[in-house]
Design a protein around this ligand. Structure first.
Ligand code: ATP
Ligand code: MG
Length: 556
Protein backbone atom coordinates (compact mmCIF):
# COMPACT_ATOMS: atom_id res chain seq x y z
CA UNK A 1 0.00 0.00 0.00
CA UNK A 2 1.02 3.55 -0.56
CA UNK A 3 2.59 5.49 2.29
CA UNK A 4 2.00 9.04 1.17
CA UNK A 5 -1.50 10.40 0.74
CA UNK A 6 -2.64 10.12 -2.87
CA UNK A 7 -4.66 12.94 -4.37
CA UNK A 8 -8.08 11.47 -5.15
CA UNK A 9 -8.36 12.65 -8.72
CA UNK A 10 -11.68 11.08 -9.67
CA UNK A 11 -14.38 8.65 -8.53
CA UNK A 12 -12.24 5.63 -9.40
CA UNK A 13 -9.59 6.82 -6.96
CA UNK A 14 -12.30 6.82 -4.27
CA UNK A 15 -13.17 3.21 -5.11
CA UNK A 16 -9.52 2.19 -4.95
CA UNK A 17 -8.93 4.10 -1.75
CA UNK A 18 -11.89 2.31 -0.09
CA UNK A 19 -10.78 -1.11 -1.31
CA UNK A 20 -7.31 -0.55 0.11
CA UNK A 21 -8.64 0.83 3.37
CA UNK A 22 -11.06 -2.07 3.88
CA UNK A 23 -8.28 -4.56 3.17
CA UNK A 24 -10.13 -5.99 0.16
CA UNK A 25 -6.89 -5.48 -1.79
CA UNK A 26 -3.38 -4.68 -0.74
CA UNK A 27 -2.19 -3.72 -4.20
CA UNK A 28 -3.87 -2.00 -7.14
CA UNK A 29 -3.55 -3.86 -10.40
CA UNK A 30 -5.06 -2.36 -13.55
CA UNK A 31 -4.68 -3.11 -17.25
CA UNK A 32 -4.92 -1.29 -20.55
CA UNK A 33 -6.49 -3.64 -23.12
CA UNK A 34 -6.22 -2.29 -26.68
CA UNK A 35 -7.37 -4.27 -29.65
CA UNK A 36 -4.52 -4.18 -32.21
CA UNK A 37 -6.83 -3.20 -35.06
CA UNK A 38 -5.56 0.34 -35.50
CA UNK A 39 -3.32 2.97 -33.96
CA UNK A 40 -3.98 4.47 -30.55
CA UNK A 41 -5.75 7.82 -30.44
CA UNK A 42 -6.25 10.60 -27.91
CA UNK A 43 -9.25 8.75 -26.46
CA UNK A 44 -6.98 5.83 -25.65
CA UNK A 45 -4.60 8.29 -24.02
CA UNK A 46 -7.37 9.09 -21.52
CA UNK A 47 -7.68 5.40 -20.67
CA UNK A 48 -3.88 4.95 -20.56
CA UNK A 49 -3.40 7.90 -18.21
CA UNK A 50 -6.16 6.58 -15.97
CA UNK A 51 -5.01 2.96 -15.84
CA UNK A 52 -1.27 3.54 -15.67
CA UNK A 53 -1.70 6.69 -13.61
CA UNK A 54 -3.71 5.04 -10.84
CA UNK A 55 -1.26 2.13 -10.67
CA UNK A 56 1.62 4.58 -10.44
CA UNK A 57 -0.04 6.72 -7.78
CA UNK A 58 -0.65 3.67 -5.58
CA UNK A 59 2.64 1.98 -6.45
CA UNK A 60 0.68 -0.84 -7.98
CA UNK A 61 0.88 -2.49 -11.37
CA UNK A 62 -0.64 -1.96 -14.79
CA UNK A 63 -0.58 -4.57 -17.54
CA UNK A 64 -0.61 -3.94 -21.24
CA UNK A 65 -2.83 -6.66 -22.66
CA UNK A 66 -3.64 -6.96 -26.34
CA UNK A 67 -7.25 -7.94 -26.76
CA UNK A 68 -6.39 -9.92 -29.89
CA UNK A 69 -9.50 -12.01 -30.50
CA UNK A 70 -10.29 -10.94 -34.05
CA UNK A 71 -7.44 -11.89 -36.41
CA UNK A 72 -9.34 -10.58 -39.42
CA UNK A 73 -8.78 -7.00 -38.34
CA UNK A 74 -5.54 -7.17 -36.40
CA UNK A 75 -1.89 -7.22 -37.31
CA UNK A 76 1.59 -6.93 -35.88
CA UNK A 77 2.15 -3.41 -37.20
CA UNK A 78 -0.59 -2.24 -34.84
CA UNK A 79 0.86 -4.24 -31.94
CA UNK A 80 4.24 -2.56 -32.36
CA UNK A 81 2.80 0.92 -32.84
CA UNK A 82 0.68 0.57 -29.70
CA UNK A 83 3.65 -0.51 -27.55
CA UNK A 84 5.68 2.40 -28.84
CA UNK A 85 2.90 4.92 -28.21
CA UNK A 86 2.30 3.76 -24.63
CA UNK A 87 6.01 4.13 -23.84
CA UNK A 88 6.25 7.45 -25.62
CA UNK A 89 3.39 8.72 -23.45
CA UNK A 90 5.67 7.98 -20.53
CA UNK A 91 4.27 4.72 -19.18
CA UNK A 92 5.75 1.26 -18.71
CA UNK A 93 3.65 -1.88 -18.28
CA UNK A 94 4.40 -4.40 -15.56
CA UNK A 95 6.35 -7.44 -16.70
CA UNK A 96 5.88 -8.77 -20.21
CA UNK A 97 3.27 -7.61 -22.66
CA UNK A 98 0.18 -9.82 -22.31
CA UNK A 99 -2.00 -11.16 -25.09
CA UNK A 100 -5.51 -12.57 -24.76
CA UNK A 101 -4.31 -15.09 -27.35
CA UNK A 102 -1.82 -16.56 -24.89
CA UNK A 103 -4.82 -17.65 -22.80
CA UNK A 104 -6.65 -19.37 -25.67
CA UNK A 105 -6.06 -22.89 -24.26
CA UNK A 106 -7.31 -21.84 -20.85
CA UNK A 107 -10.31 -20.03 -22.31
CA UNK A 108 -11.22 -23.13 -24.31
CA UNK A 109 -11.24 -25.17 -21.09
CA UNK A 110 -13.50 -22.65 -19.40
CA UNK A 111 -15.87 -22.85 -22.36
CA UNK A 112 -15.96 -26.64 -21.92
CA UNK A 113 -16.73 -26.13 -18.24
CA UNK A 114 -19.75 -23.97 -19.09
CA UNK A 115 -20.93 -26.58 -21.62
CA UNK A 116 -20.55 -29.30 -18.98
CA UNK A 117 -22.65 -27.32 -16.56
CA UNK A 118 -25.35 -26.88 -19.18
CA UNK A 119 -24.57 -23.14 -19.32
CA UNK A 120 -23.40 -22.95 -22.92
CA UNK A 121 -24.52 -24.48 -26.22
CA UNK A 122 -23.48 -24.62 -29.84
CA UNK A 123 -25.98 -22.72 -31.92
CA UNK A 124 -26.37 -23.34 -35.62
CA UNK A 125 -28.73 -20.52 -36.44
CA UNK A 126 -27.38 -18.15 -39.08
CA UNK A 127 -25.99 -14.78 -38.00
CA UNK A 128 -29.16 -13.10 -39.27
CA UNK A 129 -31.41 -15.56 -37.44
CA UNK A 130 -29.50 -14.99 -34.22
CA UNK A 131 -30.11 -11.29 -34.63
CA UNK A 132 -33.81 -11.77 -35.37
CA UNK A 133 -34.29 -14.18 -32.44
CA UNK A 134 -32.65 -11.73 -30.06
CA UNK A 135 -35.70 -9.49 -29.83
CA UNK A 136 -35.61 -5.78 -29.06
CA UNK A 137 -35.60 -3.50 -26.04
CA UNK A 138 -39.38 -3.76 -25.87
CA UNK A 139 -39.81 -7.33 -27.08
CA UNK A 140 -38.22 -10.41 -25.46
CA UNK A 141 -36.12 -12.78 -27.56
CA UNK A 142 -36.95 -16.29 -28.70
CA UNK A 143 -35.06 -19.41 -27.68
CA UNK A 144 -32.94 -21.01 -30.37
CA UNK A 145 -34.03 -24.55 -31.36
CA UNK A 146 -30.48 -25.66 -30.49
CA UNK A 147 -30.68 -24.31 -26.95
CA UNK A 148 -31.69 -27.56 -25.28
CA UNK A 149 -29.05 -29.83 -26.76
CA UNK A 150 -27.41 -32.00 -24.10
CA UNK A 151 -23.95 -31.09 -22.75
CA UNK A 152 -22.65 -34.21 -24.53
CA UNK A 153 -23.99 -33.05 -27.90
CA UNK A 154 -22.57 -29.58 -27.30
CA UNK A 155 -19.16 -31.01 -26.41
CA UNK A 156 -19.04 -32.87 -29.73
CA UNK A 157 -20.24 -29.88 -31.72
CA UNK A 158 -17.82 -27.48 -30.02
CA UNK A 159 -14.97 -29.85 -30.68
CA UNK A 160 -16.04 -30.05 -34.35
CA UNK A 161 -16.08 -26.25 -34.46
CA UNK A 162 -12.50 -26.31 -33.28
CA UNK A 163 -11.61 -28.90 -35.92
CA UNK A 164 -12.72 -26.48 -38.62
CA UNK A 165 -15.69 -28.65 -39.64
CA UNK A 166 -18.09 -25.73 -39.85
CA UNK A 167 -18.22 -22.81 -42.22
CA UNK A 168 -17.61 -19.37 -40.76
CA UNK A 169 -20.95 -18.03 -39.46
CA UNK A 170 -22.70 -21.41 -39.46
CA UNK A 171 -22.05 -22.28 -35.81
CA UNK A 172 -21.10 -20.47 -32.62
CA UNK A 173 -20.95 -21.11 -28.91
CA UNK A 174 -23.48 -19.18 -26.83
CA UNK A 175 -23.99 -18.79 -23.12
CA UNK A 176 -27.35 -20.10 -21.92
CA UNK A 177 -28.66 -17.25 -19.81
CA UNK A 178 -32.05 -15.68 -20.48
CA UNK A 179 -33.58 -14.76 -23.82
CA UNK A 180 -36.14 -12.59 -22.04
CA UNK A 181 -33.62 -10.58 -20.03
CA UNK A 182 -34.22 -6.81 -20.10
CA UNK A 183 -30.48 -6.58 -20.83
CA UNK A 184 -29.94 -7.61 -24.43
CA UNK A 185 -26.34 -8.51 -23.67
CA UNK A 186 -27.68 -11.31 -21.40
CA UNK A 187 -29.82 -12.89 -24.13
CA UNK A 188 -27.54 -15.86 -24.72
CA UNK A 189 -24.46 -13.89 -25.80
CA UNK A 190 -21.98 -15.41 -28.23
CA UNK A 191 -18.84 -16.73 -26.50
CA UNK A 192 -16.95 -18.23 -29.44
CA UNK A 193 -17.16 -17.72 -33.20
CA UNK A 194 -15.41 -19.26 -36.19
CA UNK A 195 -12.86 -17.12 -38.05
CA UNK A 196 -10.63 -18.69 -40.65
CA UNK A 197 -7.70 -16.32 -40.58
CA UNK A 198 -4.04 -16.46 -39.72
CA UNK A 199 -3.48 -14.97 -36.27
CA UNK A 200 -0.46 -12.70 -35.69
CA UNK A 201 0.41 -14.54 -32.45
CA UNK A 202 -1.04 -18.05 -32.73
CA UNK A 203 -0.74 -18.58 -36.48
CA UNK A 204 -2.93 -21.43 -37.74
CA UNK A 205 -3.53 -23.03 -34.35
CA UNK A 206 -7.09 -21.80 -33.91
CA UNK A 207 -10.09 -21.25 -36.13
CA UNK A 208 -12.45 -20.43 -33.27
CA UNK A 209 -11.97 -17.24 -31.30
CA UNK A 210 -13.49 -16.14 -27.99
CA UNK A 211 -15.45 -12.89 -27.91
CA UNK A 212 -14.34 -9.85 -25.93
CA UNK A 213 -17.07 -10.46 -23.35
CA UNK A 214 -16.01 -14.03 -22.72
CA UNK A 215 -12.26 -13.51 -22.69
CA UNK A 216 -11.93 -10.15 -20.99
CA UNK A 217 -13.23 -11.01 -17.54
CA UNK A 218 -11.33 -14.31 -17.47
CA UNK A 219 -8.03 -12.69 -18.49
CA UNK A 220 -8.60 -9.97 -15.87
CA UNK A 221 -9.13 -12.65 -13.21
CA UNK A 222 -6.12 -14.72 -14.30
CA UNK A 223 -3.84 -11.71 -14.26
CA UNK A 224 -5.00 -10.66 -10.81
CA UNK A 225 -6.50 -7.40 -12.04
CA UNK A 226 -8.27 -5.64 -9.18
CA UNK A 227 -10.10 -2.85 -10.99
CA UNK A 228 -11.10 -3.34 -14.61
CA UNK A 229 -11.77 0.12 -16.03
CA UNK A 230 -13.65 0.55 -19.27
CA UNK A 231 -15.89 3.01 -21.05
CA UNK A 232 -19.59 3.50 -20.40
CA UNK A 233 -20.90 1.57 -23.38
CA UNK A 234 -19.85 -1.59 -21.51
CA UNK A 235 -22.05 -0.81 -18.53
CA UNK A 236 -24.60 -3.53 -19.35
CA UNK A 237 -21.82 -5.98 -20.16
CA UNK A 238 -20.78 -5.84 -16.50
CA UNK A 239 -23.64 -8.30 -15.81
CA UNK A 240 -22.14 -10.73 -18.25
CA UNK A 241 -18.64 -10.11 -16.86
CA UNK A 242 -19.91 -11.11 -13.42
CA UNK A 243 -22.06 -14.01 -14.72
CA UNK A 244 -19.09 -15.66 -16.44
CA UNK A 245 -16.76 -15.34 -13.46
CA UNK A 246 -19.47 -16.63 -11.14
CA UNK A 247 -20.08 -19.73 -13.26
CA UNK A 248 -16.54 -20.94 -13.89
CA UNK A 249 -13.98 -22.28 -11.46
CA UNK A 250 -11.76 -19.29 -10.89
CA UNK A 251 -10.68 -17.67 -7.67
CA UNK A 252 -10.39 -13.99 -8.38
CA UNK A 253 -13.34 -11.81 -9.21
CA UNK A 254 -12.22 -8.37 -10.34
CA UNK A 255 -14.76 -5.55 -10.57
CA UNK A 256 -15.52 -3.58 -13.67
CA UNK A 257 -15.98 0.18 -13.41
CA UNK A 258 -17.10 2.40 -16.24
CA UNK A 259 -16.20 5.98 -17.12
CA UNK A 260 -17.26 8.19 -20.02
CA UNK A 261 -15.22 8.03 -23.17
CA UNK A 262 -13.49 11.07 -24.57
CA UNK A 263 -15.31 12.85 -27.39
CA UNK A 264 -13.62 15.80 -29.02
CA UNK A 265 -15.24 18.47 -31.16
CA UNK A 266 -14.46 18.20 -34.90
CA UNK A 267 -12.70 14.88 -34.30
CA UNK A 268 -13.46 11.26 -35.09
CA UNK A 269 -12.21 8.71 -32.57
CA UNK A 270 -13.60 5.52 -34.00
CA UNK A 271 -10.78 3.29 -35.18
CA UNK A 272 -12.99 1.87 -37.91
CA UNK A 273 -13.58 5.34 -39.33
CA UNK A 274 -9.96 6.41 -38.86
CA UNK A 275 -9.03 3.30 -40.82
CA UNK A 276 -11.28 4.49 -43.67
CA UNK A 277 -9.41 7.81 -43.75
CA UNK A 278 -6.11 5.93 -44.15
CA UNK A 279 -7.39 3.32 -46.64
CA UNK A 280 -9.11 5.92 -48.81
CA UNK A 281 -5.92 8.00 -48.75
CA UNK A 282 -7.77 11.00 -47.37
CA UNK A 283 -4.82 11.35 -45.03
CA UNK A 284 -1.24 10.29 -45.68
CA UNK A 285 -1.13 7.58 -43.02
CA UNK A 286 -2.09 6.82 -39.42
CA UNK A 287 0.50 9.37 -38.31
CA UNK A 288 -0.69 12.15 -40.59
CA UNK A 289 -0.40 15.30 -38.42
CA UNK A 290 -4.15 15.90 -38.78
CA UNK A 291 -5.04 12.53 -37.31
CA UNK A 292 -6.10 12.38 -33.63
CA UNK A 293 -3.81 9.39 -33.19
CA UNK A 294 -0.95 9.53 -30.69
CA UNK A 295 1.48 9.12 -33.59
CA UNK A 296 -0.26 11.87 -35.57
CA UNK A 297 -0.18 14.25 -32.62
CA UNK A 298 3.48 13.41 -32.06
CA UNK A 299 4.33 14.14 -35.68
CA UNK A 300 2.30 17.32 -35.51
CA UNK A 301 4.54 18.40 -32.62
CA UNK A 302 2.49 17.56 -29.54
CA UNK A 303 4.55 16.46 -26.56
CA UNK A 304 3.75 13.56 -24.23
CA UNK A 305 3.59 16.07 -21.35
CA UNK A 306 0.92 18.11 -23.10
CA UNK A 307 -1.23 15.05 -23.78
CA UNK A 308 -0.92 13.89 -20.17
CA UNK A 309 -1.79 17.38 -18.99
CA UNK A 310 -4.87 17.38 -21.23
CA UNK A 311 -6.00 14.02 -19.81
CA UNK A 312 -5.52 15.33 -16.32
CA UNK A 313 -7.48 18.53 -17.03
CA UNK A 314 -10.49 16.75 -18.59
CA UNK A 315 -10.72 14.36 -15.65
CA UNK A 316 -12.64 11.10 -15.42
CA UNK A 317 -16.39 11.05 -14.80
CA UNK A 318 -19.51 9.16 -15.81
CA UNK A 319 -20.91 12.13 -17.73
CA UNK A 320 -20.92 11.94 -21.50
CA UNK A 321 -19.69 15.16 -23.03
CA UNK A 322 -17.77 16.65 -25.91
CA UNK A 323 -14.55 18.46 -25.13
CA UNK A 324 -13.60 21.55 -27.09
CA UNK A 325 -10.54 21.19 -29.26
CA UNK A 326 -9.24 24.42 -27.71
CA UNK A 327 -8.77 22.50 -24.42
CA UNK A 328 -6.22 20.26 -26.12
CA UNK A 329 -4.58 23.18 -27.92
CA UNK A 330 -4.24 25.13 -24.67
CA UNK A 331 -2.14 22.31 -23.20
CA UNK A 332 0.41 22.17 -25.99
CA UNK A 333 0.55 25.96 -26.20
CA UNK A 334 1.36 26.22 -22.52
CA UNK A 335 4.02 23.52 -22.71
CA UNK A 336 5.75 25.04 -25.73
CA UNK A 337 5.39 28.62 -24.54
CA UNK A 338 7.54 27.83 -21.55
CA UNK A 339 10.35 26.13 -23.35
CA UNK A 340 10.77 26.58 -27.08
CA UNK A 341 12.91 29.27 -28.70
CA UNK A 342 11.44 32.17 -30.63
CA UNK A 343 12.41 32.63 -34.26
CA UNK A 344 11.08 34.78 -37.10
CA UNK A 345 9.59 33.14 -40.18
CA UNK A 346 7.61 34.64 -43.02
CA UNK A 347 5.02 32.23 -44.29
CA UNK A 348 3.46 34.23 -47.11
CA UNK A 349 6.36 36.42 -48.24
CA UNK A 350 6.38 39.72 -50.02
CA UNK A 351 9.63 41.52 -50.80
CA UNK A 352 10.45 44.80 -49.08
CA UNK A 353 13.33 46.93 -50.32
CA UNK A 354 14.62 49.49 -47.84
CA UNK A 355 15.97 51.95 -50.39
CA UNK A 356 17.43 54.27 -47.80
CA UNK A 357 19.97 51.61 -46.84
CA UNK A 358 23.13 51.23 -48.90
CA UNK A 359 23.42 48.26 -51.26
CA UNK A 360 25.08 45.36 -49.44
CA UNK A 361 23.95 46.66 -46.04
CA UNK A 362 24.12 44.11 -43.23
CA UNK A 363 23.48 44.71 -39.56
CA UNK A 364 23.78 42.08 -36.88
CA UNK A 365 20.98 42.37 -34.35
CA UNK A 366 21.10 40.57 -31.01
CA UNK A 367 17.81 38.90 -30.18
CA UNK A 368 16.63 36.99 -27.12
CA UNK A 369 15.70 33.37 -27.78
CA UNK A 370 12.97 33.53 -25.15
CA UNK A 371 11.48 36.71 -23.69
CA UNK A 372 11.24 35.28 -20.16
CA UNK A 373 14.17 32.90 -20.08
CA UNK A 374 17.57 34.53 -20.34
CA UNK A 375 19.08 31.06 -19.78
CA UNK A 376 17.99 30.18 -23.31
CA UNK A 377 20.50 32.68 -24.65
CA UNK A 378 20.60 35.10 -27.52
CA UNK A 379 21.23 34.91 -31.23
CA UNK A 380 22.42 37.19 -34.01
CA UNK A 381 19.95 38.01 -36.75
CA UNK A 382 21.09 39.71 -39.93
CA UNK A 383 19.10 42.71 -41.13
CA UNK A 384 19.66 43.42 -44.81
CA UNK A 385 18.47 45.97 -47.38
CA UNK A 386 16.03 43.46 -48.83
CA UNK A 387 13.73 41.65 -46.46
CA UNK A 388 10.51 39.67 -46.55
CA UNK A 389 7.43 40.51 -44.59
CA UNK A 390 4.13 38.64 -44.59
CA UNK A 391 1.53 39.60 -47.21
CA UNK A 392 -1.04 39.91 -44.43
CA UNK A 393 1.12 42.62 -42.86
CA UNK A 394 0.74 45.07 -45.75
CA UNK A 395 -2.18 46.97 -47.20
CA UNK A 396 -2.39 49.74 -49.73
CA UNK A 397 -5.12 51.32 -47.67
CA UNK A 398 -6.45 50.55 -44.23
CA UNK A 399 -8.39 51.92 -41.32
CA UNK A 400 -6.38 53.12 -38.35
CA UNK A 401 -7.13 49.90 -36.37
CA UNK A 402 -4.80 48.10 -38.76
CA UNK A 403 -1.46 48.41 -36.97
CA UNK A 404 0.77 47.03 -39.67
CA UNK A 405 2.39 48.45 -42.79
CA UNK A 406 0.23 50.64 -45.00
CA UNK A 407 1.27 52.58 -48.08
CA UNK A 408 2.51 56.01 -46.99
CA UNK A 409 2.62 54.95 -43.32
CA UNK A 410 5.06 53.59 -40.78
CA UNK A 411 5.56 50.37 -38.90
CA UNK A 412 8.32 49.00 -36.69
CA UNK A 413 10.34 46.01 -37.80
CA UNK A 414 10.65 43.68 -34.84
CA UNK A 415 13.86 44.32 -32.87
CA UNK A 416 14.94 46.99 -35.37
CA UNK A 417 13.88 50.41 -36.64
CA UNK A 418 10.76 52.01 -38.06
CA UNK A 419 10.22 51.86 -41.82
CA UNK A 420 7.78 53.73 -44.05
CA UNK A 421 6.21 52.33 -47.24
CA UNK A 422 6.67 54.79 -50.08
CA UNK A 423 5.61 52.94 -53.23
CA UNK A 424 4.80 49.49 -54.55
CA UNK A 425 5.31 47.47 -57.69
CA UNK A 426 2.67 45.10 -59.09
CA UNK A 427 2.73 42.33 -61.68
CA UNK A 428 0.45 42.18 -64.73
CA UNK A 429 -2.29 40.57 -62.60
CA UNK A 430 -2.23 43.41 -60.15
CA UNK A 431 -0.51 41.42 -57.42
CA UNK A 432 1.93 43.40 -55.31
CA UNK A 433 5.46 42.09 -55.87
CA UNK A 434 7.62 44.67 -54.12
CA UNK A 435 7.25 47.32 -51.46
CA UNK A 436 9.79 50.14 -51.49
CA UNK A 437 10.44 51.67 -48.09
CA UNK A 438 12.67 54.12 -46.30
CA UNK A 439 13.89 53.71 -42.74
CA UNK A 440 14.56 55.96 -39.77
CA UNK A 441 17.83 54.94 -38.14
CA UNK A 442 17.18 57.10 -35.08
CA UNK A 443 14.26 54.88 -34.06
CA UNK A 444 16.41 51.78 -33.65
CA UNK A 445 15.31 49.97 -30.48
CA UNK A 446 13.42 53.09 -29.31
CA UNK A 447 10.15 51.33 -28.58
CA UNK A 448 8.67 54.22 -26.60
CA UNK A 449 8.17 55.97 -29.94
CA UNK A 450 5.72 53.32 -31.12
CA UNK A 451 3.07 54.19 -28.61
CA UNK A 452 3.47 57.89 -29.30
CA UNK A 453 3.16 57.34 -33.03
CA UNK A 454 0.45 54.67 -32.60
CA UNK A 455 2.25 52.16 -34.75
CA UNK A 456 2.57 48.39 -34.55
CA UNK A 457 5.39 45.89 -34.91
CA UNK A 458 5.75 43.30 -37.65
CA UNK A 459 8.20 40.44 -38.07
CA UNK A 460 10.54 39.98 -41.01
CA UNK A 461 13.41 37.89 -42.34
CA UNK A 462 16.37 38.86 -44.47
CA UNK A 463 15.75 38.13 -48.15
CA UNK A 464 19.40 37.33 -48.70
CA UNK A 465 20.39 35.44 -45.54
CA UNK A 466 17.34 33.34 -44.69
CA UNK A 467 16.38 29.75 -45.50
CA UNK A 468 13.61 28.67 -47.84
CA UNK A 469 11.00 26.60 -46.05
CA UNK A 470 7.67 24.92 -46.60
CA UNK A 471 4.99 25.54 -43.99
CA UNK A 472 2.19 23.07 -43.53
CA UNK A 473 -0.77 24.80 -41.98
CA UNK A 474 -3.11 22.25 -40.50
CA UNK A 475 -6.71 22.65 -39.53
CA UNK A 476 -9.44 20.25 -38.38
CA UNK A 477 -10.14 17.32 -40.71
CA UNK A 478 -13.88 17.86 -40.39
CA UNK A 479 -15.94 20.98 -40.75
CA UNK A 480 -18.70 19.94 -38.31
CA UNK A 481 -18.48 19.79 -34.54
CA UNK A 482 -19.73 16.22 -34.29
CA UNK A 483 -18.54 14.25 -37.33
CA UNK A 484 -19.19 10.99 -35.42
CA UNK A 485 -22.87 11.85 -35.48
CA UNK A 486 -23.08 12.14 -39.27
CA UNK A 487 -23.86 8.98 -41.24
CA UNK A 488 -21.75 9.94 -44.23
CA UNK A 489 -18.83 11.35 -42.28
CA UNK A 490 -16.69 11.60 -45.41
CA UNK A 491 -19.02 14.27 -46.77
CA UNK A 492 -18.03 16.48 -43.84
CA UNK A 493 -14.32 16.74 -44.63
CA UNK A 494 -12.76 20.18 -44.34
CA UNK A 495 -11.21 20.95 -47.75
CA UNK A 496 -8.74 23.30 -46.04
CA UNK A 497 -7.39 20.88 -43.47
CA UNK A 498 -3.94 21.27 -45.00
CA UNK A 499 -2.64 24.42 -46.66
CA UNK A 500 0.94 24.47 -47.87
CA UNK A 501 2.86 27.71 -48.08
CA UNK A 502 6.37 28.48 -49.23
CA UNK A 503 8.30 31.12 -47.35
CA UNK A 504 11.45 31.86 -45.41
CA UNK A 505 12.83 31.37 -41.94
CA UNK A 506 15.81 32.78 -40.05
CA UNK A 507 19.03 30.92 -40.78
CA UNK A 508 19.23 30.30 -37.02
CA UNK A 509 17.19 27.12 -37.51
CA UNK A 510 19.87 25.56 -39.73
CA UNK A 511 20.78 22.15 -38.32
CA UNK A 512 17.45 21.67 -36.59
CA UNK A 513 16.33 18.10 -36.09
CA UNK A 514 13.10 16.24 -36.83
CA UNK A 515 10.46 17.02 -34.26
CA UNK A 516 12.25 20.11 -32.94
CA UNK A 517 9.83 22.92 -32.15
CA UNK A 518 9.95 26.70 -32.41
CA UNK A 519 7.66 29.59 -31.88
CA UNK A 520 7.56 31.54 -35.12
CA UNK A 521 6.83 34.97 -33.76
CA UNK A 522 3.29 36.17 -34.37
CA UNK A 523 2.54 32.99 -36.37
CA UNK A 524 2.38 30.02 -34.05
CA UNK A 525 4.27 26.99 -32.86
CA UNK A 526 5.86 24.85 -35.52
CA UNK A 527 7.94 21.71 -35.58
CA UNK A 528 10.26 20.13 -38.11
CA UNK A 529 8.35 17.55 -40.15
CA UNK A 530 9.86 14.10 -40.37
CA UNK A 531 9.95 14.00 -44.17
CA UNK A 532 12.25 16.98 -44.38
CA UNK A 533 15.37 14.80 -44.52
CA UNK A 534 14.43 13.78 -48.07
CA UNK A 535 13.33 17.25 -49.14
CA UNK A 536 15.51 20.01 -50.64
CA UNK A 537 14.09 22.55 -48.21
CA UNK A 538 12.95 22.65 -44.61
CA UNK A 539 9.39 21.56 -43.85
CA UNK A 540 7.56 22.78 -40.76
CA UNK A 541 4.24 21.60 -39.36
CA UNK A 542 2.12 24.17 -37.63
CA UNK A 543 1.38 22.58 -34.28
CA UNK A 544 -0.98 25.25 -33.04
CA UNK A 545 -1.68 28.92 -33.53
CA UNK A 546 -0.50 31.39 -30.92
CA UNK A 547 -3.98 32.28 -29.79
CA UNK A 548 -7.49 30.96 -30.09
CA UNK A 549 -8.72 34.21 -31.53
CA UNK A 550 -6.40 34.18 -34.50
CA UNK A 551 -9.31 34.47 -36.95
CA UNK A 552 -10.55 37.70 -35.43
CA UNK A 553 -7.04 39.08 -35.29
CA UNK A 554 -6.26 38.43 -38.94
CA UNK A 555 -9.60 39.87 -40.05
CA UNK A 556 -8.99 43.31 -38.61
P1 ATP B 1 -12.80 2.10 -31.19
O1 ATP B 1 -14.27 2.23 -31.03
O2 ATP B 1 -12.12 3.35 -31.61
O3 ATP B 1 -12.39 0.89 -32.01
P2 ATP B 1 -12.25 0.58 -28.86
O4 ATP B 1 -12.85 0.88 -27.55
O5 ATP B 1 -12.80 -0.61 -29.56
O6 ATP B 1 -12.27 1.88 -29.72
P3 ATP B 1 -9.86 -0.59 -27.89
O7 ATP B 1 -8.59 -0.81 -28.57
O8 ATP B 1 -10.68 -1.78 -27.54
O9 ATP B 1 -10.70 0.40 -28.80
O10 ATP B 1 -9.65 0.33 -26.61
C1 ATP B 1 -8.77 0.03 -25.59
C2 ATP B 1 -9.20 0.76 -24.35
O11 ATP B 1 -9.26 2.15 -24.60
C3 ATP B 1 -10.57 0.33 -23.91
O12 ATP B 1 -10.53 0.08 -22.53
C4 ATP B 1 -11.46 1.48 -24.23
O13 ATP B 1 -12.50 1.59 -23.32
C5 ATP B 1 -10.50 2.67 -24.18
N1 ATP B 1 -10.95 3.71 -25.10
C6 ATP B 1 -11.16 3.61 -26.42
N2 ATP B 1 -11.63 4.77 -26.93
C7 ATP B 1 -11.72 5.63 -25.89
C8 ATP B 1 -12.15 6.98 -25.76
N3 ATP B 1 -12.59 7.70 -26.79
N4 ATP B 1 -12.09 7.54 -24.52
C9 ATP B 1 -11.64 6.85 -23.46
N5 ATP B 1 -11.24 5.57 -23.52
C10 ATP B 1 -11.27 4.96 -24.71
MG1 MG C 1 -12.63 -2.57 -28.06
Amino acid sequence: MCEAKVKLKNFIYHVVENDLASGKYTLVHTRFPPEPNGYLHIGHAKSICLNFGIAKDYQGQCNLRFDDTNPLKENIEYVNAIKHDVQWLGFQWSGDVQYTSSYFDKLYEYALELIDKGLAYVDQLSTKQIRDYRGTLTCPGTNSPYRDQSPKENQVLFSRMRQNEFEEGSACLRAKIDMASPFIVMRDPVLYRIKSALHHQTGKKWCIYPTYDFSHCICDAMEGITHSLCTLEFQDNRRLYDWILKNITIEAHPRQYEFSRLNLEYVILSKRKLNVLVKEKIVESWDDPRMPTISGLRRRGYTAESIREFCSRIGVTKQDNQIQISALEACIRKDLNDRVPRVMAVIDPILVIIESLPIGYEKEIVMQNHPKRPDMGKRLVLLTREIYIDQADFREEARCQYKRLVLGKEVRLRNAFIIKANRIEKDSLGKITKIFCSHDESTFFKYFLDKKKGIGVIHWVSATCSLAAEFRLYDQLFKVKNPEGVTDFLSMLNPNSLIIRRGFVESEVLGCTIGQSFQFEREGYFCVNNCYASSPHLIFNRIVRLRDNWETKSNI
